[in-house]
Design a protein around this ligand. Structure first.
Ligand code: 5AD
Ligand code: SF4
Length: 474
């Protein structure tokens, strides 16, 4: 069976106890002033961080805060950081830097920093020394300690810039935190935490700890409740979802098959899959599924076998292409997307061209491409680096190749009637609405407020590399 809730019971009791104390303090403030203390949550990074922020906001609300839309209105600011590339860290640090002025006007303001950045000792030191108004840090594996850390910082009037415990980092699966979902029709559901893969470029295993899976029953209950509440797309999240339940009698394909049996009009999607673990069994479950979106995000990272080896990816291009072929055999309309890193240390021109050739061979619908960013503490950061100009020009060539492919892949959709989950008004033009297909492609159409959060059928009239345009048909 999948991992049980192995969070030591004391932590759960603690969460409730400290939540009640802060709630009382906030209720007294509200009774006195007629307004609630505000909490502002700012999120950087991936969907897992968005999901974590929904828990942070949920817990803050449970503690009696009102979630507010700007840092100026807040008594508590939580910055949920990302460490995947240097740019993401710099952005978060720059915003935290700007909060100095807000704190100067409001000395009672509490600023907490959470997310992947806080797992790195050098970043915690930086926060300690250069950002004295940051009151506490909270690691991704320690979210359930939020009420206690907040209470300690409030009552002891001291800072807690600390690392998380070994137990939280390696074993803890905390259930029961309230979730304040941003959307009323698309929901994230974390199914596992951490990563054991240690790809040589990646900081995530050092920030999010070891792989641990939620119990199957807890996931099924959460998804069922969401479907019953009218959610239309539910995305299962994990750093490597295919590792779900490893060593138990329920693997990821079994979990997906069980979830697919939940009745209703909804889509089930998941991310991210590691190519070394994407099984034929999972593809068969998808092909037979009723609700499972025919979309597969399968990060390839490089098209060169030598680079893949140094990246510690544990597959080669033959295995990757074999998976793609099997997927298309079983689901000819499947949308396949990927991540590529250009300029990995030691990547030669020939190896980069292998990646371009791989793009031509696979023909992804969409690609997320990244310039390699050295991450302190990872093996690749110690290897000989490629000059920035070379990285930049390879990145541009990669985009040009992929843009042409994406445009060609979208062209045959012209004239087709596609089911689209409507998100609402697009930026810039209130009459033009946007939504996404089952494969995650963005579609623009003339819409109306009553379509938001529901499915509409759109006849596609025009396509480009990144978007489709069409008309709603009743
Ligand atoms: N530099 C650039 N891109 C990276 N990714 C992970 N680590 C790095 C890094 N150090 C990319 C990978 C991964 C995606 C989420 O981010 O492509 O799949
Ligand atoms: Fe990073 Fe690799 Fe784990 Fe993905 S599988 S989070 S790229 S270490």
């Amino acid at each position: 069976m999948a991992t049980k809730n192995i969070l030591p019971p004391i932590s759960l009791v603690q969460r409730k106890e400290y939540t009640a104390r802060i709630r009382e303090w906030n209720d007294a403030y509200a009774a006195e002033t007629g307004a609630r203390r505000g909490c502002f949550v700012l999120t950087f990074g991936c969907q897992q961080n968005e999901a974590d922020s929904e828990k942070i906001a949920g817990m803050a609300e449970e503690m009696g805060y009102e979630i507010v839309a700007s840092p100026e209105e807040a008594h508590l600011i939580m910055v949920n950081t990302c460490a995947i590339r240097e740019h993401a860290e710099k952005k978060a640090l720059s915003i935290i830097g700007q909060y100095k002025h807000i704190r100067a006007k409001n000395p009672e303001l509490i600023i907490g920093v959470c997310g992947c950045m806080t797992a790195q000792e050098h970043r915690r030191d930086e926060l300690k020394m250069k950002y004295p108004y940051v009151t506490f840090t909270l690691g991704t594996a320690s979210l359930h300690h939020f009420p206690k850390v907040l209470w300690d910082t409030l009552s002891l009037k001291r800072r807690f810039i600390t690392s998380e415990s070994e137990e939280d980092f390696t074993k803890t699966v905390a259930e029961g935190a309230p979730i304040r979902r941003v959307s009323g029709y698309r929901a994230w559901v974390s199914i596992m935490y951490g990563c054991n893969n240690f790809c040589s470029y990646c900081i995530v295993p050092y920030c999010r700890g070891r792989e641990r899976s939620r119990a199957k029953e807890d996931i099924i209950r959460e998804v069922r409740e969401l479907v019953e509440a009218g959610y239309k797309e539910i995305t299962l999240l994990g750093q490597n979802v295919n590792s779900y339940g490893k060593g138990t009698d329920c693997d990821f394909a079994d979990l997906v098959a069980e979830l697919d049996a939940i009745e209703g009009d909804w889509w089930l999607s998941f991310m991210t899959s590691h190519p070394k673990d994407a099984s034929r069994k999972l593809i068969d479950v998808m092909a037979a599924g009723k609700h499972i979106a025919r979309r597969f995000h399968l990060p390839m990272q490089s098209g060169s076998d030598r680079v893949l080896k140094v990246m510690n990816r544990h597959y080669n291009m033959e295995k990757y292409l074999d998976t793609v072929t099997y997927m298309r055999e079983k689901m000819p309309d499947v949308v396949i997307t990927s991540d590529i890193i250009v300029g990995f240390p030691g990547e030669t021109e020939e190896e980069f061209e292998d990646t371009l050739r791989a793009l031509e061979a696979v023909r992804f619908d969409m690609l997320y491409s990244f310039i390699y960013s050295p991450r302190k503490g990872t093996p690749a950061a110690e290897m000989e680096q490629i000059p920035d100009v070379v990285k930049g020009s390879r990145f541009d060539r990669l985009l040009a190749t992929q843009n042409a492919i994406a445009a060609e892949k979208n062209k045959p959709l012209e004239g087709k009637l596609l089911r689209v989950l409507c998100d609402g008004e697009s930026k810039g033009n209130p009459r033009v609405y946007s939504g996404r297909t089952e494969g995650g492609k963005i579609v623009f159409f003339e819409g109306a407020p009553d379509m938001v959060g529901g499915f509409v059928n759109v006849r596609i009239e025009r396509t480009e590399a990144f978007a489709l345009w069409g008309k709603v048909e009743k």
